[in-house]
Design a protein around this ligand. Sequence first.
Ligand code: GSH
Length: 215
Amino acid sequence: MIKLYNYWRSSASWRVRIALGLKGIPYEYVPVHLVRGEQRGAGHHARNPMDQLPALEVEVEGRTVVLAQSMAILEFLEERYPTPALLPGDALGRARARELAEIVNSGIQPHQNLTPMQRIDALSEGAGKAHARHFNEVGLSALEARVQETAGRFCVGDAPTFADLCLVPQLYSARRFGLADLETRCPTLLRIESACQELEAFRAAHADQQPDAVP
Ligand SMILES: N[C@@H](CCC(=O)N[C@@H](CS)C(=O)NCC(=O)O)C(=O)O
């Protein structure tokens, strides 16, 4: 049985939960409490020396291994469980899906991560949230501009890809960080989010549906 070490509101974990759901892969949900700092405990540090979530524990050729970095995990799942495909069939489409995913993965999420925000707050109180909000604004505006070239029902064409797996948790985070103008800033992204929410795998992966969610 695959184990996913994760946290209900971890956007990087949420991407992997959606992929596991879309591909119909059963897994054990193992909560690691980020706000209490469990990611820095010895147990999790051994799984991921970056002290971050998610981490995926899986059997490969008779060995138990732990993978970290959500995008690497998505690529692994895509190769091991190719159906349904979460990357388009053509090279340009795959590059676009990865490009859009990276806007979120490397352009937004690192700026709203818990430990970096705490370090910014230590330098200037309250600045962490402003920093996170700024990069959500910049990144989501860029994503909105980029999907004009690629979107069908989803970010790239008419089937969900890595880009949608990154988008949906990111919009949840953006709302948490107080972006009040999403309807005007990124209407296409909100339309795609609604299309995603029609799929059970996206609904089941939502933060509020997780066993460690706090109402
Ligand atoms: N690039 C990494 C980012 C992982 C990451 O930053 N995870 C966050 C939760 S979404 C985390 O564990 N943060 C812990 C901390 O900042 O202390 C990935 O995609 O897996």
